[in-house]
Write a protein that binds this ligand. Structure first.
Ligand SMILES: Cc1cc2nc3c(=O)[nH]c(=O)nc-3n(C[C@H](O)[C@H](O)[C@H](O)COP(=O)(O)O)c2cc1C
Length: 179
């Protein structure tokens, strides 16, 4: 199965995750580049779409879209990617390194609501969605601490233990889906 990882990241965690996935699957990777990359405007849903990708999305059986969640929203760079390439996407997996925990996924700022939006927009093209809450790399007493997880970014030193186990499960699932 020909796969490409497409990602947007502001602080680096989703870039780290996207690169890790691309290495594990030995597949291509490309960064989403917004035409106007102004964070504060994104939060107000003001954006001008994204630049065209170098890779031809319709040449891939599967796109792995990776990026953060802000304010409980499917963020403009990722949403613009779906708008621009929906016809060319064959199958898509959405993956996020986000702040919301698995326990709080269905709350206002949880990743569960964003997953529902992706599934609704892609319908049968969406294979599945996967979250890697950044709190997974924090000690138990800090897992729910907003301040601590906002300051935490994935890297080779902290990508171990529970997050690594879940990541390995995710890669196995991707390999199973591709059979
Ligand atoms: C302004 C802001 C709002 C955020 N809102 C949410 C949210 O609603 N839900 C969530 O799960 N994470 C939220 N987060 C956490 C980010 O998704 C998380 O820090 C992510 O790892 C950042 O990815 P990056 O390092 O690739 O930029 C928010 C972060 C910022 C900076």
């Amino acid at each position: 199965m020909k796969t490409i990882v497409v990602y947007y990241s502001r602080k680096g965690s989703n870039k780290y995750l996207a690169e890790k996935i691309s290495n594990s699957l030995s597949c291509e990777i490309e960064e989403i580049k917004p035409r106007l990359d102004v964070f504060i405007l994104f939060l107000m849903n003001i954006h001008l779409g994204i630049r065209s990708l170098k890779h031809n999305i319709k040449d891939y059986n599967r796109v792995i879209l990776c990026g953060p969640i802000w304010m409980g929203k499917f963020i403009p760079p990722l949403s613009s990617f779906i708008n621009k390439y929906s016809q060319q996407i064959n199958k898509l997996v959405f993956v996020t390194c986000c702040g919301s925990t698995y326990a709080k996924k269905d709350e206002k700022f949880g990743h569960g609501l964003v997953f529902k939006e992706v599934e609704n927009r892609l319908k049968k093209k969406c294979l599945f969605c996967q979250a890697f809450p950044v709190g997974l790399v924090l000690p138990d007493e800090k897992k729910e601490d907003t301040d601590a997880f906002m300051k935490t970014h994935l890297n080779d030193d902290n990508f171990k233990g529970e997050i690594l186990e879940r990541y390995e499960g995710f890669i196995k699932k991707l390999n199973l889906v591709s059979r």
